[in-house]
Design a binder for this molecule. Structure first.
Ligand code: NAD
Ligand code: 2ZO
Length: 504
């Protein structure tokens, strides 16, 4: 694979079934795949139809029979091998696998190679972590009168479906497949049609690592393909990452088949900065909370509440550092902000900024389109990261998920006020607080209605920590031990040691 921006083109099929890349057996329309850095079309794929989905399900069912009979330790070894392959070398000859995946992620998503490498690291760590848990998936032994007893077994669910968003394509595929496979399930994964490439690389890695053919299949497509998956009678569970409106549809479809769902949805998270914070850390934290992956991060702390005493100092420093963020060719080592995912999305983000200005917000920096000097990047989807001042809680930019590099700064006076305003949202994915006061820090996060809270940092994601939302940001958890519960079911076995005492 060539590594320069503007040179890659897709050659191979993007569906993966029964251990091989395949063209779908049937399909609707075809979708173009873009390179956000240049706006180039790098290939096309056919969206999978009902027949292809059924073939993928049948293939996964066959693999499930083999995989679910293996011990946790046997499954663990295969997952560890998959993690090792990602970290280590070969596969595509000389370059490191980790870097190959990171480059493809950058080419297809537009994020900087610096960040893509971190995403790949978090991905293999997830495989390692669940490999570690696979061997200890266990039930309980319960004593009953007369020597009788019962025990519980944690069993896999069967064929699980994963449906992913485009912002962390490889990482989302790993966050879903690692616990699913560790628990003994098979998985069919559908990436976003905007980022179809890296999930197939994961499928190839699983095959190399030794999973049975069909255990991890990839189908490509958009809403229609996703609907076939959710409605298929042999699908046992749907794990979804995406927007709230789609999450609602997934839940409705799954309800028809009484299928358990996990919903990892959007957010509009608060970051509360108290005047007693370490200012340097708070400024760095605010940038981490807003500008990773061009601001296209579900848990971003986009409502930055700043205590009035430090509002000016904090704002000046945030603006100064935001202006220094290096935008440009995402495959260059020193780039820290690449291109947004698509032209329509870029326009949508620009629309939010325009509306913010109309509603009285002040653009303190950025917000304009950015055209890099390099001529090959002139059709890419770039913009300058934006900081908005003069914001009020009732503005659209403060209420709605923008999913772009736009930070809204909101002054506050008291702790009570900040917490109340922070919680005044239908979302509840994440939240953060910067303060030196340890009691206040814990009091505030305890009061925040959010599933993932940070004290004196933001947007770090060790795989050991459960991640997921409150309120309309969804339910269920990814990562941590908690995810094992969402990919397994509990069977109780009651054992009689004496004779049956019948009431008849
Ligand atoms: N909470 C999290 O962990 C998390 C992580 C990443 C992204 N997100 C959220 O994802 C959103 C951005 O991603 P997006 O634009 O890809 O979201 P989206 O809801 O448009 O699409 C997500 C996935 O659902 C599929 N889909 C769309 N309609 C469907 C339908 N009717 N039936 C079945 N599948 C369907 C898409 O093809 C895609 O694969 C943001 O709201 C972001 O906050 C959440
Ligand atoms: C790795 N992060 C930055 C915590 C993002 C998690 C996935 C959300 O979009």
């Amino acid at each position: 694979m060539s590594s320069a921006t503007g040179t890659f083109s897709l050659q191979q099929p993007l569906n993966y079934r029964a251990g091989a890349r395949v063209q779908p057996a049937d399909g609707g329309h075809s979708e173009e795949v873009h390179e956000p850095a240049t706006g180039r079309v790098i290939g096309k794929f056919l969206c999978s139809g009902e027949k292809e989905i059924d073939l993928a399900v049948q293939s996964a069912k066959a693999a499930f029979k083999i995989w679910s009979q293996k011990s946790g330790m046997e499954r663990s070894r295969v997952l560890l091998e998959a993690a090792r392959i990602i970290r280590a070398c070969f596969f595509w000859i000389s370059e490191e696998q980790r870097d190959e995946i990171a480059k493809m992620e950058t080419i297809n998503n537009g994020k900087s190679i610096f960040e893509a490498r971190v995403d790949v690291d978090i991905s293999w760590q997830s495989l390692e972590y669940y490999a570690g848990l696979a061997g200890s998936l266990a039930g309980q032994h319960i004593q009953l009168p007369g020597g009788c007893f019962a025990y519980t077994r944690r069993e896999p669910l069967g064929v699980c479906v994963g449906i992913g968003a485009w912002n962390y394509p490889f990482q989302i595929a790993c966050w879903k497949s690692a616990p699913a496979l560790a628990c003994g399930n098979a998985m069919i994964y559908k990436p976003s049609p905007l980022t179809p490439i890296s999930a197939v690389m994961l499928a190839e890695i699983f095959s190399k690592a030794g999973v049975p053919k069909g255990l991890f299949n990839v189908v490509q497509g958009g809403a229609a393909t996703g609907q076939f998956l959710c409605h298929h009678p042999d699908v046992a569970k749907v794990s979804f990452t995406g927007s709230v409106p789609t999450g609602i549809k997934i839940m409705e479809m799954s309800a028809k088949g009484v299928k358990p769902v996990t919903l990892e949805l959007g957010g509009k998270s608060p970051l509360i900065i108290f005047s007693d914070c370490v200012l340097e850390n708070a400024v760095k934290g605010a940038l981490m909370a807003n500008f990773l992956t061009q601001g296209e991060v579900c848990c971003n702390g986009t409502r930055v509440f700043v205590q009035r005493e430090i509002l000016d100092t904090f704002t000046k420093e945030v603006v100064k550092r935001t202006q220094k963020i290096k935008i440009g060719d995402p495959l260059l080592e020193d780039t820290r902000m690449g291109a947004l995912i698509s032209q329509p999305h870029l326009e949508r983000v620009q629309g939010f900024i325009k509306q913010a200005k109309e509603q009285g917000a002040k653009v303190l920096c950025g917000g304009n389109l950015y055209v890099p000097d390099d001529p090959k990047l002139k059709n890419g989807y770039y913009m300058q990261p934006c900081v908005l001042g003069n914001c009020r809680d009732d503005m659209t930019c403060v209420k709605e998920e923008i999913f772009g590099p736009v930070m809204s700064i909101l002054p506050f006076d008291t702790e009570e006020e900040a917490v109340e305003r922070a919680n005044n949202t239908p979302f509840g994915l994440a939240g953060g607080v910067f303060t030196r006061d340890i009691q206040r820090a814990h009091r505030v996060v305890a009061a925040l209605q959010a599933g993932m809270c940070f004290i004196n940092n933001y947007n770090i994601s060790p795989v050991e920590l459960p991640f997921g939302g409150y309120k309309m940001s969804g339910f269920g958890r990814e990562n941590g031990k908690a995810a094992m519960e969402y990919y397994s079911q509990l069977k109780t076995v009651c054992v009689e040691m004496g004779d049956v005492e019948s009431v008849f």
